[in-house]
Design a protein around this ligand. Structure first.
Ligand code: NAD
Ligand code: DAU
Length: 348
């Protein structure tokens, strides 16, 4: 049986990637390696945890010895690396956490892979999952391509850019067989409610203010999370070694317009009067160093691997709202405890 380690598999995107691989590749053992931070939740994988080709290991990627022990014991042929500190606002408060997990943790994984694959890199692959934020901010026009220069602005994007550089350095220096994806903003089921869309869904349900940073004109390119998981699957199996692929939704929204669309759909689904949720919109202090606009040119993955988003934004958003409305226990669990302290500090 082939063996594949997926790091960060208990998180938002990782859980969709784990599910996609466990169900689609029954002859591959999928090892979900995750330290279960505040963002990791095994509830996300309840439906597949009994599958015989699935195994969970609690491990912190900053612990080099534990990672090496696991790699030596299981001898995986492939790594798909998603584990990260992923929230820009938290990186502004605690940059060092991001250096530890995103930079040191990534280097630990690269070292462990290099060590267990030292006899031959044949048939091996290290897939690093990165973000479009490494490219910095766009003005009103233009797109990020795979050739765009790196220009990160937040501690989060600086740590991801650094990890990308280490991944490429291990390919150039040691010949490690790497591949990379840089994706735009994801949304969908299991999204942790500190990020814009699930935070606003949670607040609309509870009739709480919807905090919009600055003037709300910041623009993001949104992709349904299952389409990101499918892109990772395609690139991992069919992408060209050593290359990177941009993944995006061809779907730009200014934050304020996006939240108005969300309010409209939620009013309908909750049977509220049209315009009721929009009244909750509240402009709040801007995020420091806030990037104006991200937009991905995803033509390479489309042309070379035939990937394209499978749902429109309206469909994806509707499915997402439906998931949160039917999983309010999940939402209540993740927003109790530590989340309340975070929320107080961030929005006081
Ligand atoms: P997330 O915060 O929801 O999940 C991160 C997961 O990593 C959690 O399960 C957490 O427990 C685990 N983790 C964190 N630190 C760890 C450590 N030291 N050791 C082991 N596990 C650890 O993140 P996400 O939004 O699912 O993002 C996953 C990856 O995709 C990240 O690398 C992120 O940079 C990248 N990405 C995210 C987006 C997005 O819109 N969310 C877009 C593009 C790329
Ligand atoms: O572009 C990919 C990135 O997308 C990923 O690499 C990150 O891991 C992921 O968190 C996401 O980063 P963003 O900073 O774009 O996502 P977030 O949901 O935090 O914010 C989206 C936009 O909404 C951004 O312009 C900031 C704004 N915002 C966010 C929050 C949490 C608000 O206006 N109010 C809020 O309360």
């Amino acid at each position: 049986m082939n063996k594949l380690v997926i790091t960060g598999g208990a998180g938002f995107i990782g859980s969709h990637v784990v599910r996609q691989f466990v169900l689609k590749y029954p002859d591959t053992l999928i090892i979900n390696l995750d330290s279960l931070t505040y963002a990791g939740n095994l509830e996300n994988l309840k439906d597949i945890e009994e599958e015989t080709n699935y195994k969970f290991i609690k491990a912190d990627i900053t612990d080099s010895k534990h990672i090496l022990d696991i790699f030596e014991e299981f001898q995986p042929d492939g790594i798909i690396h998603l584990a990260a500190e992923s929230h820009v606002d938290r990186s502004i408060t605690n940059p060092l956490d991001f250096v530890m997990t995103n930079v040191v943790g990534t280097v630990n994984l690269l070292n462990a892979a290099k060590h267990i694959w030292k006899d031959s890199f044949e048939g091996k692959r290290f897939h690093h999952v990165s973000t479009d934020e490494v490219f910095g901010a766009l003005g009103e026009e233009g797109f990020f391509t795979e050739e765009t220069n790196y220009d990160p602005h937040s501690p989060y994007s600086a740590s991801k850019a650094s990890s990308d550089h280490f991944v490429r350095a291990y390919a150039d220096t040691y010949g490690l067989p790497i591949i990379m994806t840089n994706c735009s903003n994801n949304y969908g089921p299991n999204h942790f409610p500190e990020k814009l869309i699930p935070l606003c869904i949670h607040n609309i349900i509870n009739n709480k203010p919807l905090p919009i940073y600055g003037d709300g004109k910041y623009t993001r390119d949104w992709l349904f999370v299952i389409d990101h998981a499918k892109a990772i699957d395609l690139v991992f199996h069919n992408g060209n070694q050593g290359e990177s692929y941009n993944v995006g939704g061809f779907n730009e929204w200014k934050n304020i317009d996006l939240i108005k669309e969300l309010c409209k759909q939620m009013d309908e689904k909750l049977g509220r009067k049209t315009g009721a949720s929009e009244k909750l919109i509240t402009f709040v202090k801007d995020r420091p160093g806030h990037d104006l606009r991200y937009a991905i040119d995803a033509s390479k993955i489309n042309r070379e691997l035939g990937w394209e988003p499978s749902v429109t934004f309206e469909e994806g958003l509707s499915k997402t709202i439906d998931w949160f409305l039917s999983n309010q226990k999940w939402l209540n669990n993740v927003t109790s405890g530590e989340y309340q302290n975070y929320y107080e500090k961030q929005y006081k």
